[in-house]
Design a protein around this ligand. Sequence first.
Ligand SMILES: *Cc1c(COP(=O)(O)O)cnc(C)c1O
Length: 370
Amino acid sequence: MIQVSRPSIGVEEIREIEKVFSTGWLGLGSTVYDFEKELQNFIGASNIIAVNTGTSALHIALEAYGIGPGDEVIVPALTFCASIQVITALGAHPVFCEIKPETLNVDVTDIENRISSRTRAIMPVHYCGQACDMDSLFQAIGKRDINIIEDAAHAFGSSYKGKRIGSFGDATCFSFDPIKNLTCGEGGAIALSNRLIAEKIRVKRILGIDKDTWHRYKNERAWFYEVTTQGYRYHMSNISAAIGIAQFKKLDAFISRKKEIVRRYNCAFSTIDGLRVLNWNLKETAPFTYIVRVLGGRRNALIDFLKNKGVGTGIHYIPNHLHPFFKEFATPLPITEKTGEEILTLPLYYEMTDDQVSIVIDSVLEFFKP
Ligand SMILES: *Cc1c(COP(=O)(O)O)cnc(C)c1O
């Protein structure tokens, strides 16, 4: 079976973990700070806070910007459920918006129509690694007091108009879970330019324990610390950071190989009448997943056909307003619902061989043969 996705990990990661083991300091420590420095240099953001998951990153970013009960956060329904869970966890209301079927990214015109006096944040999701139309989004907000918290879980390594994702905007949240563009085993990070919010997030990631007071009193009372805000145990561990440091050295190779596969897929699939390939801007995108739209109600039949050929597939994602837990926030979203029935994720990962790519292509072509 050709899997939809899998991490590329090896002895390099084990060697970095060994270094952490030899220090005996497994939790939050210097390896995490080293990893944060690498992220900072790569992204070009003035502040980076590494955390234990992408979900935690989104959660504390929203909380640090003051999002709470009664506030509205505009978010696409077509995203991983983590994007929504962090909003409801804060007692805020997810206001679902539509996407553009050509990219699966948010429809900014539709967002504009959903902005109300209670809108406090917008969470665009850079789908498959491709940046949303950020200029239009900033323009739509204008001078209103609305923060953009980017869900960039798919988009580590991508750019928007020449600027690295995470180097602009209010807060950009990355995920380093096992199948993302770069993995820490599990991990996440928040990139932002606002130093005061960054300090808040840094305290929130480790139970609200304020390191500044710790340092201030260290000489006279080494045991002293102060809890200054609501916090969580969301920090990254040295072990996870070690995996990330090893992965960083391979990132360029990961990205260029995945681009190569996307190009082959695009070339092979763009001639099929019953399929739509997404509009890819490969110059600026580090591709995360490869999603096609299957027209004519044949998506589920293609899943079964490919399964018999040994080709694994996935659905990214089931629109969130259709889940029982988010029903109370449901609203008609015809484009999202139609697209949700068309999308199919095909295998894409660094170690896929050319032969495996050919098997996927030939199987899809065979399904659509008249
Ligand atoms: C993976 C993902 C997340 C959450 O990241 P974790 O590290 O798995 O917690 C959030 N949003 C999207 C769109 C994702 O794909």
